[in-house]
Design a protein around this ligand. Sequence first.
Ligand code: ZN
Ligand code: ZN
Length: 387
Amino acid sequence: MTSTLPEKLEAEQAKEVEQASDAESTDSWFSITTPPSCSRSPSRSDSPLLAEEAVMTKEELESIYAELEEKWGHPVGLYVHGSTIFANHVPNDLDLIAIVEEPKQELAQDSPDSQFVLGRCEVSVYAKECFLEKMESMDLTMLTCLHTPPRFVLKRLEDPRIKNLEIDADLLEASVISYAIFTWKKVQRVLDEWQDAYKASKNAYFVFRVMNLGCQLAEHGCIRDLKAANAKWDVVRGIFEDLDIKPGDSNVVEAVLAHDFLRTLRHFQRQIALAKASGAPPLNEEEPISDTCAVCLEPKESSSSWIRLVNCRHCFHASCIAQSLRARPQHPACPMCRASVRMDESSDPTVTKWFQEKVRSSKRSRYSYAGYPATLRVREQEGASNR
Ligand SMILES: [Zn+2]
Ligand SMILES: [Zn+2]
């Protein structure tokens, strides 16, 4: 995975290893806490609140426990989730995942009915049985909880099923690809329908994070570094800012990121194939045709602004292809050969196959994914944009 990320990331990781070695898993936010053997659920005392820089105040935690006991069920697990643990930016709110022993009310899986907001905390509640089932079906949300640094584990769920968990490569493949493609489709919707370019950029980064976490799980059987995809956040933010991405620009986003998406997806599939020891397919990375932009005829300047389209090997400066696509929004095609800039069967059959089978077939909504915890905010936003 690291080979597909910019050098920045390698520097970041080197720095982190240094920090980890001198901090020895104390309170440092992102020290690598999982030992190389990846043994799970080390029995640490659950006392992050006593740490100097607690994730939340004692009062906040007490009010969450009270709310859970009163309306939801006895809490047996509580994990910080979302941007706080991935640290790509500092969020204003705090996403939490709570697990209750015997729910006092029916918890519709991933529905807004199973979430509550208390101050800055947004809590998604799962019944223990449901959490464990989703974990065993290789749902990334649950797998992330298992590998969350101790500082963000407010109450660790204990169960033999967690200790005995094995990574199932087939299920992991299904889970990661459908999640990634769901999120990819969501980028378009958030940008063009909800008209929220910042949120769209966050989702574009999520796509790469999902595949990165999948690669780590396939390769190591655990998530060693929750921050490993963060360099991608800088890249995606850079692209959105440099090209001034606005609502209606989903063709541009697809043109500049789709090739990278497929390359990362194939890398993940390769890791899965290796995990299954079934012989890895070649990465099949053909060289681009030339180092000259076919729009402006100027040479390539830097890798970050140099875009290869997904269906042909034609390359452009990001700003040049953006300009070309904006001039003809109804025809999102390569200016050289007219190949579509959007991913389709010709770019990779996987994407359409997975999107049709796993994502679109869901009856709950037009776009739905079974492992998506942030439903509440999604619905709120939908409500707001309908008004
Ligand atoms: Zn150019
Ligand atoms: Zn072309």
